[in-house]
Design a protein around this ligand. Structure first.
Ligand SMILES: NC(=O)c1ccc[n+]([C@@H]2O[C@H](COP(=O)([O-])OP(=O)(O)OC[C@H]3O[C@@H](n4cnc5c(N)ncnc54)[C@H](O)[C@@H]3O)[C@@H](O)[C@H]2O)c1
Length: 259
């Protein structure tokens, strides 16, 4: 079944959010559903994706949770075809799925490097390539990729900061190539956001999460850490019709300037 469009021939309002089983991705999916999109929540963790989709449906939105590894080309082709079949052609893609494998350079393994590149860079490439066919058919599209303030350099994250800087170049190139089809591409570079990812970092450093957040907040100009909804709000703006002249940009959402 495809999504009903209020205006004939208007683009389908179907969004795909990767890594939406929890954290920032789950908040983005909730927000896009509130904005009127039918949302496909894709995650390695099928139970998380399904639970987040069910919560959206229970709140009156339209959502489906689907399992896929976005670093696997066959799985990406399959899952994007399933989205088109179940919800209609996707016109919004949020490349959000991510992992960390932090280590100082001299201790970083090849697998730490390859797995981070695989999810962030290869994953965003495969998903964007698969979804852009639908966007160009519809003559409208929005691609938002999650970078990070770590793109500016961060101790212990040679792999992650490289991937997040890479996503900024990827975004600018997509903006240049796809603009003539009515598609914009932008990146959001969050600072510290309270999620399982940052909770795991606190644990690795042997700190309680509340103490870790309080210490981080002291260094942030607005004196608080970010919440997933801060990022969801920025995505909501970037995918809106009114943001059609904003493309190839990196927006730092970090409670301060950062870049
Ligand atoms: N939390 C922060 O402070 C912060 C800051 C800057 C950028 N980011 C970025 O924001 C995004 C979301 O971060 P988060 O804090 O919500 O992380 P998170 O770890 O809470 O959630 C990430 C989700 O991605 C999924 N995922 C991982 N690998 C996948 C794969 N191969 N295929 C499909 N799904 C996969 C995980 O299962 C998980 O549900 C990430 O790209 C992260 O790098 C986070």
């Amino acid at each position: 079944m495809s999504v009903d469009n209020p205006v004939p021939n208007s683009p389908s309002r179907v969004a795909v959010v990767t890594g939406a089983g929890r954290g920032i991705g789950a908040a983005i999916a909730r927000r896009l559903a509130e904005d009127g999109f039918a949302v496909a929540l894709i995650d390695l963790d099928e139970a998380g994706a399904t639970a987040s989709a069910d919560a959206i449906t229970a709140a009156g939105g339209k959502a489906v949770g689907l399992a896929a590894d976005i670093s696997d080309a066959d799985e990406v082709e399959r899952v994007v075809a399933t989205v088109a079949d179940k919800l209609g052609p996707p016109t919004v893609l949020v490349n959000n799925a991510g992992i960390t494998r932090d280590n100082l350079l001299f201790k970083m393994s090849e697998s730490d490097w390859d797995s981070v590149m695989g999810v962030h860079l290869r994953g965003a490439f495969l998903m964007s390539r698969a979804v852009q066919k639908h966007m160009t058919d519809q003559g409208w599209g929005r691609i938002v990729s999650l970078s990070s303030t770590s793109a500016l350099g961060n101790r212990g994250q040679a792999n992650y900061s490289t991937a997040k800087a890479g996503l900024q170049g990827f975004t600018k190139t997509l903006a240049a190539e796809l603009g003539k089809f009515g598609i914009t591409a932008n990146a959001i570079a969050p600072g510290f956001i309270a999620t399982d990812m940052t909770a795991a970092t606190a644990e690795r450093l042997g700190m309680g999460f509340d103490d870790f957040k309080a210490a981080a907040a002291k260094e942030i100009p607005v004196r608080r850490v970010g919440e997933p909804e801060d990022i969801a709000h920025t995505v909501s703006f970037l995918v809106s019709d009114g943001a059609g002249f904003v493309s190839g940009q990196v927006i730092y959402v970090a409670g301060g300037p950062k870049a």
